[in-house]
Design a binder for this molecule. Sequence first.
Ligand SMILES: [Fe+2]
Length: 286
Amino acid sequence: MRDLNEHNITDAVLESFAATPNTRLLTIVNSLVRHLHGFVKDIEPTFDEWLYAIQFLTRTGQLSDSSRQEFILLSDVLGVSMLVDAINHRLPEGATQTTVLGPFFVDNAPDLKQGQDISQGAAGTPLYVEVNVAAASGEALPDAVVDVWQSDSDGFYDVQRADGDGHNLRGRFRTGPQGELRFWSITPTAYPIPDDGPVGDLLKASQRHSWRPAHLHFMISAEGYQTLVTHIFVDGDRYLDSDTVFGVKQSLIDTFPERPAGTGPDGRLLASPWRQLNYSFGLMPS
Ligand SMILES: [Fe+2]
């Protein structure tokens, strides 16, 4: 391990990890070293560029906390999140396609009853959500846990609002006896991912926009089934073909049809037009 140079240092580093007892860790570290060294040899960074990369990653970590996850954003805009998702969800017919978790999921969302309104009076076009949860093979899944979360009409999530209590436009429901779930919300809007940090710097330097098309997030778990993490996107959104995190799938786009003012499906009186989402989810056995 002396006189190492650009031609033999990769082998020396691989050799230094050779005794790693955890075989999965050994596989990962070996691949990391080979690809990372290959990357460095490919771009031949100056020392200043190496230092910039260190500072970029340092800022990414320093910006991350319980309400902001800059590392997930970095993974998202590099397409890594969707690549990991694709590798882990090679799904058959009948199973709902998956997409990114995103950085705005909150694990302790309030438990809500069917029919409740998660918008708590927030401005926006009312949305009545009617979804059904079933196994990919068809049978209904009662008592499935359904987390929902979305942006408000200004394009912000509750956790981005300094004045909120962190629990608006999100909630945790349980499906009914036929796997059904009904609730009110507002129609989600397109929004930019937070672009005031290193990920935003990267997007600006690359002349990429930071927008995501409007969508409603779902995380659905049921005993004996793989947890489904997905969104339903609003058809017609201008960003459907340039989602900055590469998360759009055709089967996850719905028209959210507009309905006239009047009486809603549950008897609620609506003074203005509202929209409706009908969707059926199919879960894979675990
Ligand atoms: Fe989102």
